[in-house]
Design a protein around this ligand. Structure first.
Ligand SMILES: Cc1cc2nc3c(=O)[nH]c(=O)nc-3n(C[C@H](O)[C@H](O)[C@H](O)COP(=O)(O)OP(=O)(O)OC[C@H]3O[C@@H](n4cnc5c(N)ncnc54)[C@H](O)[C@@H]3O)c2cc1C
Ligand code: FES
Length: 477
């Protein structure tokens, strides 16, 4: 049974399905399309269990689909611990499940590969090409700086590349455009600027004394990058929800579901339950219905719907029930999810006995929020503080977004979980200030950075974001 979407009202996947390839998973042959990740090709073929956990041998599958959770690791052509959501399939590839700690195979005949990596210098290194990093690159380049923009994804745009809905907010921050269109605009602007070099498929994997970043360029070779200034914009990580068997394959984050469905044209399931009624849960539910998936219900523990009224109304018009004061208490299945059990909860969030309902589902989509991806900022010794309203641990920063480490700026979801529009505002502030600190001047752009600071204040002054505005005062230095 194929989970590939053949007909979509907004998206066309034909350019991703140009070259069919055969590959092997646990010695069985499968068909995929060149360039799509192994986990996507297997999911399309109905294979959700990828590996087993090393200690308790529980089934493991796709969760985030963007390389951030390691739930999808497999052995590829004998190399262990490869993230199946990041590694593309190709003709004849041999993939197998991991069932414990893998043996490190060192062949005597292998030539030693210990040579000093290439070292390069740049004025501004920007890590992450989502809306925050992409706009920071454009603004820093317009100030006159030489910029290196790196991302481990294969495209510019971060989370935008899977958002098919039109964004709210202010026109000057692309409100009214679909996320996928904003990603294209940013990419085109970046490509027009000769002083921005872009390395895609290139994760930053280390940081060393002397302000040296190790970048795995093209996922093949380490290059040491020594920048004068750095902007860190790696986005966020999706949260798991706590319930029995929450690790079964087929249970994935809302962003993971969006990646499968809107980037690669593969349904996360035929019948799904969604946990969480914030904007992300509502939007993903709508998009799944649009892709022909039956959304059984959205469960929400709070007594009210978390997201915007307009998104909830669209979902309700499709006949999808939104069950407030309900939570998921258990998933059932062995190799993948087959059933979801929900229950009503009391004011202390305890399930009320006798109110359980069960849904036959083949996927559960968890949309219970994100936390800032501080992997790099912590590695660099930047000071962090736990602020619940901002999403968890976040780096301390000035209003210019420079952190406790001089010359290191942050922007976007790493600074506070908000939206694409605020990520753009922060990217503008960080990009212009980083370039200014190198001695570049441009009164018009400097004024734009000041305007963005004011816009952020205004944006956060509404009742919806006032708690963020207050909480941010705890991390400003
Ligand atoms: C499912 C979902 C729906 C959403 N819907 C909306 C919406 O309707 N409206 C809205 O305004 N916002 C929405 N958002 C939020 C919005 O997408 C984010 O706030 C915004 O994308 C944050 O931008 P960013 O640049 O900080 O991070 P991201 O867009 O996440 O980009 C970060 C980039 O950094 C890269 N990266 C991370 N670590 C490394 C590393 N070590 N080396 C190299 N590269 C790295 C990643 O590959 C990624 O491309 C949604 C988010 C999700 C998950
Ligand atoms: S790292 Fe692949 S699913 Fe999260």
């Amino acid at each position: 049974m194929s989970l590939r979407i053949e007909d979509h009202p907004l998206l066309d996947f034909s350019d991703k399905r140009k070259k069919p390839v055969k590959f092997y998973f646990n010695d069985r042959e499968y068909k995929g399309y060149e360039g799509e990740p192994i986990a996507v090709a297997l999911y399309a073929n109905g294979v959700k269990k990828l590996s087993e956990s090393p200690v308790k041998h529980r089934s493991r599958g796709l969760f985030c689909a963007i390389g951030k959770c390691a739930s999808c690791r497999v052995v590829v052509n004998g190399i262990p611990n490869i993230r199946a959501c990041q590694e593309p399939v190709r003709e004849g590839l041999k993939v197998r499940s991991s069932k414990g700690l893998e043996k490190l195979e060192i062949k005597e005949s292998s030539p030693p590969r210990i040579s000093r990596p290439e070292e390069i210098e740049t004025e501004i290194l920007i890590i992450g090409a989502g809306p925050a990093g992409a706009i920071a690159a454009i603004k820093a380049a317009d100030m006159g700086a030489k910029v290196l923009l790196v991302d481990y994804a294969s495209r510019i745009g971060g989370q935008l590349i899977k958002q098919t809905h039109k964004f709210f907010g202010w026109r000057k921050y692309y409100a009214g455009y679909r996320g996928i269109k904003i990603a294209k605009i940013l990419e085109e602007e970046i490509r027009k600027r000769a002083n921005i070099e872009v390395w895609l498929n290139s994760p930053v994997v280390g940081y060393y004394e002397g302000n040296i970043f190790a970048v795995l360029k093209d996922k093949r070779k380490i290059v040491y990058v020594k920048p004068k200034k750095v902007i860190i914009a790696p986005g966020a990580v999706e949260r798991f929800a706590i319930f029995e068997n929450n690790d079964l394959p087929g249970i994935m984050g809302a962003g993971g579901a969006q990646t499968l469905m809107n980037v690669w044209g593969v349904k996360p399931g035929e019948r799904v339950l969604v946990v969480g009624s914030g904007n992300v849960g509502l939007i993903v539910s709508y998009q799944m219905a649009q892709a022909g998936i039956e959304v059984k219900a959205i469960v929400e523990a709070l007594p009210y719907i978390g997201g915007y009224f307009v998104h909830a109304a669209k979902v309700r018009r499709l006949g999808i029930p939104i069950l407030t004061k309900h939570t998921i208490i258990r998933a059932e299945g062995t190799e993948s999810v087959k059933k979801a059990i929900i229950a009503e909860i009391d004011e202390k969030w305890r399930p009320i006995p006798g109110t359980e309902k069960e849904f036959i589902v083949d996927a559960i989509i968890v949309a219970v929020g994100m936390y800032p991806d501080t992997t790099l900022t912590r590695m660099m010794g930047i000071t962090h503080k736990f602020v619940k309203e901002l999403g968890g641990f976040v780096p301390l920063r000035k209003r210019t977004l420079e952190t406790t480490r001089e010359g290191v700026y942050i922007a976007g979801d790493v600074s506070c979980i908000e939206e694409a529009s605020t990520a753009l505002m922060e990217g503008i502030i960080a990009g212009i200030n980083a370039a200014k600190s190198l001695g570049y001047n441009n009164p018009v752009l400097e004024n734009e950075a000041q305007e963005a600071i004011k816009d952020l204040e205004k944006f956060r002054s509404g009742p919806r974001y006032a708690h963020i505005k207050r909480a941010l005062e705890n991390v400003i230095i």
